[in-house]
Design a protein around this ligand. Structure first.
Ligand SMILES: NC(=O)c1ccc[n+]([C@@H]2O[C@H](COP(=O)([O-])OP(=O)(O)OC[C@H]3O[C@@H](n4cnc5c(N)ncnc54)[C@H](OP(=O)(O)O)[C@@H]3O)[C@@H](O)[C@H]2O)c1
Length: 333
């Protein structure tokens, strides 16, 4: 049975096709035939050796497929469509940072393989109506976007800003629209801005043409600013986000796709606007269950840009590095 693995020290050219033979499921376990995975920024860092990983680690946090065998008391049935959970130790509620280390594709084997046998709690049912390929995109980017909006308690009519057209931002756009919010989205090209509009964005801004887009957001909102910001740009976009924020706004601090060169905090704006900056580390299994319910209730379909075969994982990660994609990059297994 196939399994992509990472030879240490890492590097995209050090991914290789090996094998894995998972055991029969014991009590509380399920065996899953994986049909799809998806790549995330973190998977690239793990594969390149930027994040430490065991020699021979099977990468990828996101996997979906069907249950083929169940152990006693597992709570799933053969044939169930399932999707992996990012933080296998985080069922619900509060958890300490130090307890989140063994997540699949990082501290433990992930899903770039044909079969796994895992505790049933490492999966949830996939949303009804989605393909395995669509479901596989939810584990990291979907739950992160869900948690960002849930932490902010986004209500109908709220103004939400999303940045760029990566996986997290497009899920945030879709969830925010489902919640009845007004969405302002930024991107780097006219073509991507048009696609954002087609996906439901109410207003779009080209951040290349308008590097001071914080003021553009204020102009679009009658000088008030937005109630919620899904901050994936990082230190290099935060100053514009603080400008764009309404007094009392919630800012979900998630990623750094725009780099780390300008890591300063406009302290005065945070204080004067009484802003609430909240870090996000994906979410719990309960967050994933809530997100699955919302996807089913609203008929949300993940946006997939391209799909690569399992053996072409390095190519998929290079494509992700190019930043050309709109939404998720999938892996067919
Ligand atoms: N904290 C967490 O729990 C968590 C979870 C998941 C992801 N993350 C992090 O969140 C970030 C986004 O993840 P992702 O999976 O959505 O990444 P992604 O799919 O790789 O996003 C890439 C996109 O970012 C956009 N981008 C690049 N520079 C930008 C800039 N200056 N301003 C605005 N957008 C810019 C580009 O879109 P355009 O061409 O449209 O501008 C690009 O296509 C990453 O840093 C990731 O590591 C964190």
């Amino acid at each position: 049975m196939r399994a992509m693995r990472i030879r240490q020290p890492g590097g995209l050219d050090r991914l290789y096709l090996g094998s894995a033979t998972p055991p029969a499921p014991g009590p509380g376990e399920i065996r899953v035939r994986l049909r799809a995975a998806a790549v995330n920024f973190r998977d690239g860092l793990v594969a390149k050796g930027v994040f430490p990983a065991a020699d021979g680690l099977i990468p990828l946090s996101d996997g979906a497929g069907e249950v083929v065998e169940v152990g006693p008391g597992a709570g799933f049935a053969p044939g169930d469509a399932v999707v992996s959970v990012f933080h296998t130790a985080w069922a619900d509620g509060h958890i300490e940072r130090g307890q989140l280390t063994a997540s699949p594709g990082g501290g433990a084997d992930g899903f770039a393989c044909d079969f796994v046998t895992r505790p049933a709690g490492h999966f949830t049912h996939a949303p009804r109506g989605l393909t395995h390929g669509q479901a596989a995109t939810l584990t990291c980017a979907g739950v992160t976007a869900w948690r960002a909006l849930a932490d902010g308690h986004v209500l109908p009519g709220a103004r939400v800003l999303v940045q760029g057209t990566g996986g997290v931002s497009l899920f945030a756009l879709q969830f925010a629209k489902a919640a009845g919010a007004v969405v302002i989205a930024t991107s780097s090209s006219a073509e991507k801005l048009a696609r954002l509009r087609a996906l439901g964005a109410d207003h779009v801004i080209n951040y290349r043409e308008e590097p001071k887009w914080g003021q553009a957001v204020l102009d679009l909102t009658g000088g008030l600013g937005v109630d919620h910001i899904v901050e994936v740009g990082g230190p290099n976009t935060l100053a514009q986000s603080l400008q764009a924020a309404r007094t009392g706004a919630h800012i979900a601090i998630i990623g750094a796709v725009a780099g780390f060169t300008n890591d300063t905090m406009p302290f005065a704006l945070v204080q004067a606007k009484r802003l609430r900056l909240q870090g996000v580390t994906v979410g719990s299994r309960k967050d994933q269950l809530d997100m699955v319910r919302a996807i089913e209730a609203n008929g949300i379909e993940p946006v997939i840009d391209r799909v690569f075969p399992l053996e072409a994982l390095a190519e998929a990660l290079r494509y992700q590095d190019s930043g050309q994609h709109f939404g998720k990059i999938g892996i067919e297994i």
